[in-house]
Design a protein around this ligand. Structure first.
Ligand SMILES: NC(=O)c1ccc[n+]([C@@H]2O[C@H](COP(=O)([O-])OP(=O)(O)OC[C@H]3O[C@@H](n4cnc5c(N)ncnc54)[C@H](OP(=O)(O)O)[C@@H]3O)[C@@H](O)[C@H]2O)c1
Length: 264
């Protein structure tokens, strides 16, 4: 099974060409091994420029993108992924996700397109994103051989115990999106206390909590070098059992990303 690097750079809403290119380049030069983009972010070209300008080889990082919901017919999965590769300037991505199980998503035909791309070596693995536990089961039955991840919202305000259990049952990785609760982590008193104790930032506490969990990786979005570095250094923070218990006692189901067509 392909191992997905624990920390990735998110790029949603980073549509300014220069800022996006710089963020990707800065992250890769700093040692990030995982970059996350999507057709819908309208920045694959800027990400591609960052990949090209960084002082690293293609083998040094794990690259993921996502097929948008209007492109999920068998044929469009193939043609739009080829367009994504062109924009990114690479021969293949390590992971191509179904962005949401919505729009043109049809379990049988959508996965046929993805499987063709695997056979043609244009994508190394298949990802699913925003799938409920029941949808994960269905997807695994159809294309389990190549599916390695479910990317979903997860942070201290939305702890996703059931989905994590489901991912572990199928031996796939949970890729945690919005891992900083889109900036809300800074306002959580429990995180403030833990951050102070370790002389760390609340962002680092949230990321360390996620990355210390078996089968979870995190993809914080950051634009400035300072934020990119702060998140990178979260890999060195080791939370203690009592810190983890404190975070897990935060009992709030606060979902921040809901486009209206979501399965919940
Ligand atoms: N599959 C999906 O449907 C889906 C949905 C949502 C997100 N995602 C992916 O997950 C990634 C991350 O999620 P997200 O963008 O929603 O939110 P996030 O990573 O939880 O938070 C990003 C925000 O936190 C700020 N930030 C980052 N590091 C910081 C630090 N160390 N200190 C202070 N502020 C910091 C960023 O500011 P700056 O940018 O100014 O640095 C930005 O405003 C996305 O970019 C995308 O790649 C996927």
């Amino acid at each position: 099974m392909t191992k997905i690097p624990d920390l990735g750079l998110g790029t949603w809403q980073n549509t300014n060409s220069e800022e996006c290119t710089d963020a990707v380049k800065t992250a890769l030069n700093m040692g990030y091994k995982h970059i996350d983009t999507a057709q819908a972010y309208d920045n694959e070209e800027h990400v591609g420029k960052g990949l090209e300008e960084a002082d690293v080889d293609r083998d040094d990082y794990f690259l993921a993108s996502k097929v948008w919901i209007s492109n999920l017919s068998r044929e469009d999965v193939v043609t739009t992924t080829e367009e994504s590769l062109e924009k990114l300037g690479v021969d293949s991505v390590d992971l191509m996700y179904i962005h949401w199980p919505s729009g043109q998503y049809d379990p049988e035909t959508t996965f046929e397109g993805f499987q063709q791309l695997v056979e043609e070596d244009k994508i190394k693995n298949i990802g699913i994103s925003n799938f409920t536990p029941a949808q994960v089961d269905e997807a695994m039955e159809i294309a389990g051989e190549h599916i390695i991840a479910n990317q979903v919202e997860m942070h201290p305000l939305l702890q996703q115990e059931e989905l994590l259990e489901k991912c572990r049952e199928h031996d796939i990785t949970l890729v945690a999106y919005s891992p900083l609760a889109r900036g809300k982590v800074f306002d959580i008193p429990e995180l403030q206390e833990i951050a102070e104790k370790h002389d760390a930032s609340e962002a680092q506490v949230s990321l360390a909590w996620l990355m210390q969990k078996d089968g979870v990786v995190a993809i914080p979005k950051a634009t400035s070098e300072q934020h990119i570095r702060d998140n990178f250094e979260a890999q060195e923070l080791e939370l203690e059992e009592e810190d983890i218990e404190k975070i897990e006692s935060i009992d709030r189901e606060e979902r921040l990303v809901d486009p209206g067509f979501a399965p919940w």
